[in-house]
Design a protein around this ligand. Sequence first.
Ligand code: KG4
Ligand code: ZN
Length: 335
Amino acid sequence: MSVYTLALESSCDETSAAVLQDGRTILSNVISSQIPIHRKFGGVVPEVASRHHIEQVIPVIDQALADAHVTLQDIDHIGVTYGPGLVGALLVGVAAAKGLSFATDIPLIGVNHMEGHIFANFLANPELEPPFLSLVVSGGHTMLVVVKDYETFEILGQTRDDAAGEAFDKIARVMGFPYPGGPHIDNIAMEGNPEAIEFPKALSEPGNFEFSFSGLKSAVLNYLNSAAQKNIEINKADVAASFQKALVDVLVEKTEDAAKRTGQMKITIAGGVSANKGLQKAIKEMCERNGFMYYEPHKILSTDNAAMIGCRAYYMAQAGKFSDLSLNAKPSVDI
Ligand code: KG4
Ligand code: ZN
């Protein structure tokens, strides 16, 4: 008998519902993105996000069930992101999942969004099994995590200030690109010279798995400001390529160092920034140099989606980790 998971995700600006079969087969993954709505504000406006989640959550669940050709009667458990994220946005998904669970008696599972990002790799790579090292790089988080088994995670280090995606988005905004800026920097960087400008790399001593991107961000912003003051026309592609290289170099060097020191031979990257082509290429080359196995992320599964939450929920169900109706949204929660 197959196990069917219904999953919901509403932590930021995507309302998403998915149905999975036996944890690793995606039957549906409906994503309603609010990006065009937030673009005119230059970033996610939490109150606007909550309102749109309320409008979208039921239609998205209906669509996910219809696309998967199942009904609620077929569903074995409901997984929902309860944090980290925007509290008002999270509350919509959590309230919807709790309501469904209460009305149908289908067991409820509160899922950590960052664990969901890591578990997206199990969907992108059917053959992947723990243990492995994961570089998690999203709009709100940057961390190196050893996934020892499906339930044991060890955080080796996190960012002290900005997340990688946050740095991408802030630089992109100042350079005039629309929100979210990461993909725009990624694209234009391909046309630029990554050696054109030398930007600083922080905390690069071996064995240090913490990250800091605020110095890099300030250096790029200072470069752009001083060029504007002096009326010097900048080469946007060179700035983007040099910034991206500085950031990617740090991510890759720390991942390499962490893999060697912890003896991990399998490498995954997770979170929205794992869609970055420069990062993917550099991680792949690093893995080839060291004889590590590199598991490629999948574009749709890298950014926020409910399928990754469903995969995590499935393994939590296997481990008996269910939630009760006291489940609440938590804006900040550790892995
Ligand atoms: O994981 P995600 O969808 O949401 C959070 O949990 O934060 O990540 C969104 C972040 C944004 O900062 C976005 O600019 C970044 O991922 N991102 C990228 C790329 N695609 C998305 N950053 C760099 N290059 C990309 N191709
Ligand atoms: Zn995310």
